[in-house]
Design a protein around this ligand. Structure first.
Ligand code: BTN
Length: 391
């Protein structure tokens, strides 16, 4: 109860900061207040609790509760109280995701060295990533959308869609995903908020995604990061990351990090331009896959998104780069493999070929050439070659 109360207070704060509109704030506060009923403790809440959380009178609170149903968040009126009917696990609407983000922000309060440290009983805390939460049922590209909004947005803003119709990938490729099945979102980062070089963001983003995915049933030990910014399951691509930035004078103004994760779709069954061409596949570009295909079970996108935001926030704002790189090296999908690095797609200009022997502290791929010389590569597209025997 206490936690829900604080979350609803933080909705008021978000409202007063202009990060959310009033009706959305009311619905988020209602869902946050009702969340404990999903676990049956308490089983139901009286209308007074909903009125208290929102500042609405009885009839207004009840009509907002009814409205939630039209968003796919069913609330049952039973025995004089109200309770959430199901866990709306696949909903990406702000009403479904933001209450959980705020709840986590409170439970993280005790963690030292985080924004949470500044949260006292009287001070409302806003999570580092995920607010403002911009959602559209459909949009061209979340990267393009967020870039267009970047000027007035604070660090941590997110743009999420259920149906990305013109998704963009690296090197001018297309990124396609299935409406209502996958995750496509972009995050806005202001360089002043970062604790390390922006160039290391995509590797640490890949690490954070890998750390979340490997906790799913059946995926332990199978998830790897492929330099510079893909996440693979058994050498198949499940996630791609696209960074775009804007500079002001000498420094970076903002960076948009776009993440496309195949969740419940079946990439093999859809004709798509982001698939590798025959030529690219034979050159070692990983074929696409999804979490459902690899784990054999559907994954609820709501909590998956919350987990991703939490882990990304940990990696970007709370971890030391030494710790992140230690973890990254344990999941380096190219280590010990024969690689070819191309300046463009893997049928472009070959930069270097050899054995991938690691990632240095500046995020560069280390490639040992046939002659024994090791070079550090900053950018490019790596093919996935065979393992090189260690003896
Ligand atoms: C790649 O592997 O080439 C990167 C793919 C990045 C796709 C994501 S989906 C969300 C965001 N919006 C876009 O248009 N692209 C990124």
């Amino acid at each position: 109860m206490r936690k829900a109360k604080k979350v609803s207070e933080s909705c008021q704060e978000l409202l007063s900061c202009g990060l959310i509109d009033r009706s959305e704030a009311l619905r988020i506060a209602l869902v946050a207040t009702l969340l404990p009923t999903l676990e049956g403790s308490p089983r139901t809440l009286p209308a007074e609790a909903l009125m208290d959380a929102t500042g609405l009178d009885h009839d207004e609170a009840v009509s907002q509760v009814k409205l939630l149903g039209t968003y796919g968040i069913e609330v049952e009126h039973i025995g004089g109280g109200y309770r959430l009917v199901d866990t709306f696990d696949d909903l990406l609407l702000p009403e479904a995701v933001v209450p959980r983000l705020l709840e986590l922000a409170y439970s993280a309060r005790a963690r030292p060295g985080t924004l949470a440290e500044t949260c006292t009983e009287d001070k409302v805390m806003i999570p580092s990533l995920g607010l403002p939460y911009l959602y559209a049922a459909s949009c061209g590209s979340t990267n393009r959308w967020l870039k267009g909004e970047a000027k007035g947005m604070p660090n941590g803003a997110i743009a999420v869609t259920d149906d990305q119709t013109e998704g963009r990938g690296r090197l001018g490729r297309i990124w396609s995903s299935e409406p209502g099945k996958d995750l496509t979102f972009s995050l806005l980062l202001r360089s002043s908020a970062l604790t390390y070089e922006a160039g290391l963001l995509s590797l640490t983003a890949g690490l954070a995604v890998a750390e979340v995915l490997e906790r799913l049933p059946g995926l332990r030990g199978r998830v790897r990061v492929k330099w510079p910014n893909d996440v693979l399951i058994d050498d198949k691509k499940v996630c791609g990351i696209l960074l775009e930035s804007s500079s002001q004078g000498e420094g970076l103004e903002w960076i948009v990090v776009g993440i496309g994760l195949n969740v419940n779709s079946d990439p093999a069954s859809r004709p798509q331009a982001s698939e590798p061409s025959q030529r690219e596949a034979s050159c070692g570009k990983p074929v696409p896959t999804s979490l459902r295909v690899e784990s054999g079970a559907s994954v609820g996108r709501r909590l998956l998104l919350v987990e991703l935001l939490t882990r990304l926030s940990d990696r970007w704002f709370d971890s030391t780069i030494a710790d992140s790189f230690g973890e990254l090296r344990l999941r380096d999908g190219l280590l010990g493999r024969r690689v070819e690095i191309y300046a463009g797609p893997p049928d472009g200009v070959l930069t270097i070929a050899g054995e991938a022997v690691g990632i240095d502290d500046r995020g560069r791929l280390l490639v040992k050439e046939r002659g024994g010389m090791t070079k550090a590569i900053s950018t490019g597209e790596a093919t996935l070659g065979v393992d090189i025997p260690t003896t």
